[in-house]
Design a protein around this ligand. Structure first.
Ligand SMILES: Nc1nc2c(ncn2[C@@H]2O[C@H](COP(=O)(O)O)[C@@H](O)[C@H]2O)c(=O)[nH]1
Ligand SMILES: [Mn+2]
Ligand SMILES: [Mn+2]
Length: 482
């Protein structure tokens, strides 16, 4: 019996949401889940997969990854591609935190070397990595400079001395989407963005010091420069108030556009415009600006992380060798070429809580990874594990080159706070050797490991379905939470 009535199991790792699940579906939905994760499926998120299938110009299927949960209009964990000529673009398919994403850094240090100093390291990172709701940082931008960030992304940060030109090679799209237009962004977005660059933000955003606990594919791990017990750092943040305001502004604009173009929607949160319309192109150009801001943000945070490590361990940059493994966006819309029904087609792929997972040989990969495929960074939670995967051909065939983005929430924030009542999450983690420091009063309760699905189950589904293969498992040692 399926958990959600009306869905059908296709095989061990896929269920179908058939046409007719909601009225007006142009294609079916596919959700990648096994029987364990199927038990955690919410009816609302399945309905969202079906709703997305009603949108004009959708090509292929309406897809969702095993970390699926209910989002704004589109589900988190959702992937949908639209014909660039006949289809739409929707802010709800990208999310409020435009280019929220993850960067993984590797180093020459090993677990044993940092264990005795982890508290000192976390304390210093906490001082130098601004975090918390509405946090502001050391960088203050005027309007003209913020426009440059919006156009250039991580390239701007490197030009200002935050990191090295070499870092850019291992960032998705080299940390800069062409075609960002700072002129289609509101004053309010500018106001919110001007002193938030180089800040982590709140809640689910984090900086985590980890070590490589297990290696599944030794040759691929070696090509990424990863080895057993090596210290890594994972940075998860996005475009802060700048991207949030852009999304907010354009959701409003899209509600008008939906009416103007006579698009019928099962849910107004799917507000959208034809991709080639004035409104569609304006949103796309603004979204790119926010995506660039997020890449600049992660670049600055990485630079200060390096500085803290150099100071604590009194090493030269060469000895520390802290460099980027990869940086992935998991809330973004991108124009890409895909094979659809045996034909090459230009589509706009919406990945919302989903990660690009291109296979080896793909022309968009940096030279250093063309022979192995794209590294996929999958955070889990602050108490259990995270993973690095590698993109596979199957992802191109079935999911427009996409896979999951994390574990996915299991409990709402309110449910998590209730579950944490009377407990000290900080102490529980410390007992397991994980030092956590947080800006928000209730963050640790909202973000406790049980608030998330078990990422090991999530990753097993995408691995076994053949979308992306497991390369290494990472374990947390110290975490800064927003
Ligand atoms: N390793 C850690 N992973 C974490 C932590 N907090 C959240 N998470 C995971 O990140 C994804 C990101 O998803 P988003 O939709 O909130 O952007 C989330 O699903 C969790 O699996 C953490 O402290 N450490
Ligand atoms: Mn995110
Ligand atoms: Mn985010």
């Amino acid at each position: 019996m399926p958990k959600i009535e009306g869905t059908e199991r296709i095989d061990q790792y896929r269920i179908r949401v058939p046409k007719g699940f909601v009225q007006g579906m142009r294609t079916e939905g596919i959700i990648f889940v096994d029987e364990i994760l199927e038990q955690e499926l919410e009816l609302d998120s399945v309905r969202q997969v079906a709703n997305v299938a009603t949108l004009p110009g959708i090509v292929g299927k309406s897809l969702a990854m095993p970390d699926i949960h209910t989002g704004y209009g589109f589900p988190i964990g959702g992937v949908a591609a639209f014909d660039t000529e006949e289809g739409i673009i929707s802010p709800g398919g990208v999310g409020y935190d435009i280019n929220c994403g993850v960067r993984l850094l590797k180093s020459n240090l090993t677990r044993d070397e940092i264990e005795p100093r982890i508290k000192e390291l976390v304390d210093l990172l906490y001082i130098h990595i601004p975090s918390g709701v509405g946090s502001t940082g050391k960088i203050k931008l005027n309007y003209e400079e913020l426009k440059k960030v919006a156009r250039k992304g991580a390239i701007w940060a490197v030009e200002q001395g935050y990191g090295e030109p070499d870092d850019l090679q291992r960032i998705e799209s080299h940390g800069c989407l062409e075609g960002a237009d700072p002129e289609v962004i509101s004053k309010k977005a500018y106001e919110r963005g001007k002193d938030q660059l180089g800040t982590l933000g709140s809640g689910n955003h984090f900086l985590e010091v980890q070590y490589v606990a297990e290696i599944y594919e030794p040759e691929i791990a070696e090509a990424m420069g990863l080895f057993k017990n090596q210290v890594t750092v994972m940075i998860h943040t996005g475009s802060r108030g700048f991207g949030h305001q852009i999304c907010d502004d354009y959701v409003r604009e899209m509600i008008q556009a939906t009416k103007k173009y006579g698009i019928e929607l099962p849910d107004k949160e799917l507000a959208c415009a034809p991709f080639l319309s004035k409104e569609g192109q304006r949103y796309f150009a603004a979204m790119k600006a926010a995506a660039n801001y997020a890449w600049a943000n992660r670049q600055c945070l990485m630079h200060w992380t390096r500085e803290v490590f150099l100071r604590v361990f009194k090493l030269s940059p060469k000895e520390l060798a802290m460099s980027v493994v990869y940086d992935v966006a998991h809330n973004i819309a991108k124009e890409e070429i895909h094979m659809v029904n045996g034909k090459k087609m230009r589509v706009v792929v919406h990945r919302k809580g989903a990660t690009r997972a291109f296979p080896k040989g793909h022309p968009e990969l940096p030279q250093c990874y063309t022979h192995i495929g794209q590294p996929v960074i999958i955070p889990g939670d602050m108490g259990r594990v995270s993973f690095v995967l590698i993109g596979q051909d199957k992802a191109m065939q079935e999911t427009f080159g996409s896979t999951c983005h994390g574990a996915g929430r299991l409990l709402s924030r309110t449910q998590a706070i209730k579950k944490a009542k009377g407990r000290s999450i900080k102490q529980e983690l410390a007992n397991r050797g994980i030092i956590v420091k947080s800006a928000g009063k209730e963050t640790l309760a909202e973000e406790m490991p049980e608030a998330y699905k078990d990422v090991s189950n999530v990753v097993d589904v995408v691995h076994n379905a053949g979308l992306a293969h497991k390369v290494v498992k990472l374990k947390p040692m110290g975490v800064i939470k927003g």
